[in-house]
Design a protein around this ligand. Structure first.
Ligand code: 5CA
Length: 463
């Protein structure tokens, strides 16, 4: 992409309404624009990051054997009356009446709709286990939308629902989700710690939230620092193997890690003092096992292997896709701007032409641009006729992990400069070498992300 032809409305001033760094940088970097309180338009740069996060979520869900689909944003109130949640959900639910006077609502989540789909089509244990998921806009009329996309009213969420014949199989589905979530967040350059939590309006006994540590997080968290040493890495996981998944869950749930809702000071006191941590966290996902809560209320039953009609065991599993954009920035930035992890960056690298219009500099930038594109990489080429200082400030703000700087002086010696946004270290090298280095970084990243085979072809978004 050439910056001269792109739409990147960077702001010079810090917007006064933004209280936290991710909100400030998302506005300043021209990623989002508020449309109404807690409702945002995703401008091109923000949209690219959102779609990258969405793609990783799709890939990891399908690696775990979960099946993508799409449900609507508007739902009929009737289903919610069946489950009893139409009244329980309260003011967070946006209620709408259509022209025929029918009660509708903008879905805050989809347990009822998916249970209705299930009961219409599945009647036997032979069709189980089954996990369906979608990524769709949700609406919750939060009393205090704030922090930009972190606590919006309209937000983008992955929600998945497992259907199993009994509790043991449903617990495996719960474990499988936890493992796939750990991989998902790691691919985004995040450490998200699973913490015992409270189930709230979704209901159920077993629930974990995934929290990214950040001072600006809304939840207070207590944990054993040993948990921060754990990594999924590229270990092989057989998602169909109950023991494999359970072992990983045990590893991650053994160290103490709880939110203030479930914190138990007496148990926490048993953690060696030097490892006790108290901090704040951003909730980027939550998994629930709630058994037969919805299936009993809505009559979703299957015939088991003994010929009995039993209510199906369910759980639901959410990832805050739009919130993650903010959470990643909270976890990865400095005072100049965002620092995107390679896995989600909107462009793979920037090219800064220090002297636009200089024949040699223009030609070298064009050649770099063409060779990066030929390797399947997407550079953002700042080809505007601007001062170098302004170009650097924009690149630092929008946070591409790598920058190639091209100027007439370096070119006389046959070199350009390759700069890492994270370390700030610059190195001079030939343009070919710079391309090779960037290609190797992303190839390494790709290999690590896909060390495990996909059970089926990934669902590809178009970006
Ligand atoms: N049905 C279940 C699981 S699918 C559910 O709705 N879970 S949830 O309420 O925990 O939401 C899932 C994730 O969506 C949360 O972990 C959080 O990351 C994200 N989320 C929830 N509310 C908001 C909000 N107002 N703005 C942005 N993201 C949100």
């Amino acid at each position: 992409m050439r910056l001269s032809r792109y739409f990147l409305p960077v702001l010079k001033e810090t917007p006064s309404e933004a209280q936290i760094v991710s909100h400030r940088y998302m506005l300043r970097a021209g990623m989002i624009k508020q449309a109404a309180a807690g409702i945002y338009s995703w401008l091109p740069l923000g949209f690219r990051v959102l779609k990258n996060i969405e793609r990783i979520v799709h890939e990891e869900q399908q690696r775990a054997g979960h099946i993508p689909m799409l449900m609507p944003t508007l739902q009929s109130a009737d289903l919610w009356r069946e489950s009893g949640r139409y009244d329980d959900y309260g003011e967070e639910m946006l209620r709408i009446t259509d022209r025929h006077g029918r009660d509708m609502l903008y879905g805050p989540t989809n347990e009822e709709l998916i249970t209705d789909i299930f009961r219409s089509h599945v009647g036997s244990y032979k069709d189980l286990p089954l996990t369906l998921y979608h990524i769709q806009w949700k609406f919750r009329d939060e009393i205090r939308p704030r922090f930009g996309v972190m606590r919006g009213r309209e937000f983008y969420m992955k929600d998945g629902y497992n259907f199993d014949v009994d509790q043991a199989s449903a617990i495996h589905a719960y474990n499988r989700h936890m493992v796939s979530y750990l991989r998902t967040y790691e691919r985004m350059g995040l450490q998200a710690i699973p913490m015992r939590a409270d189930s709230g309006p979704i209901g159920g006994e077993d629930t974990h939230e995934f929290l990214v540590l950040a001072d600006t997080g809304e939840s207070e968290v207590f944990y054993d620092s040993a948990i921060t040493d754990l990594k999924m890495g590229d270990r092989a996981v057989d998602y169909d193997n109950w023991d494999d998944c359970a072992a990983i869950v045990r590893e991650w749930t053994a160290p103490y890690a709880r939110t203030d809702e479930t914190h138990d000071a007496a148990v926490f006191a048993e953690v060696p003092q030097e490892r006790q941590r108290r901090s704040r966290g951003i909730e980027v996902g939550q998994i629930f096992y709630f058994g037969t809560k919805y299936s009993e209320a809505m009559g979703a039953r299957v015939v088991n292997d003994k010929g009995e009609r039993v209510p199906v065991h369910m759980g639901s599993h959410g990832i805050g896709v739009s919130r993650l954009v903010g959470a990643i920035i909270e976890a990865s930035h400095d005072d100049k701007g965002i620092i995107w992890p390679e896995g989600v960056t909107p462009f793979h690298c920037g090219i800064v032409n220090l002297r636009q219009g200089d024949e040699a500099a223009d030609a070298a930038c064009e050649a770099l641009y063409a060779s990066l594109k030929a390797l399947g990489l997407e550079p953002l080429y700042d080809d505007r006729d601007e001062r170098a200082g302004g170009k650097f400030a924009t690149m630092d703000l929008i946070g591409l992990p790598w920058r190639i700087t091209v100027g007439p002086r370096g070119l006389k010696n046959g070199v350009v400069e390759l700069t890492s946004r994270r370390s700030g270290v610059s190195e001079e090298m030939t343009p070919e070498m710079a391309v090779e280095r960037i290609a190797e970084v992303y190839a390494h990243h790709h290999r690590a992300a896909h060390a495990q085979p996909m059970p089926q072809r990934a669902f590809h978004t178009w970006i």
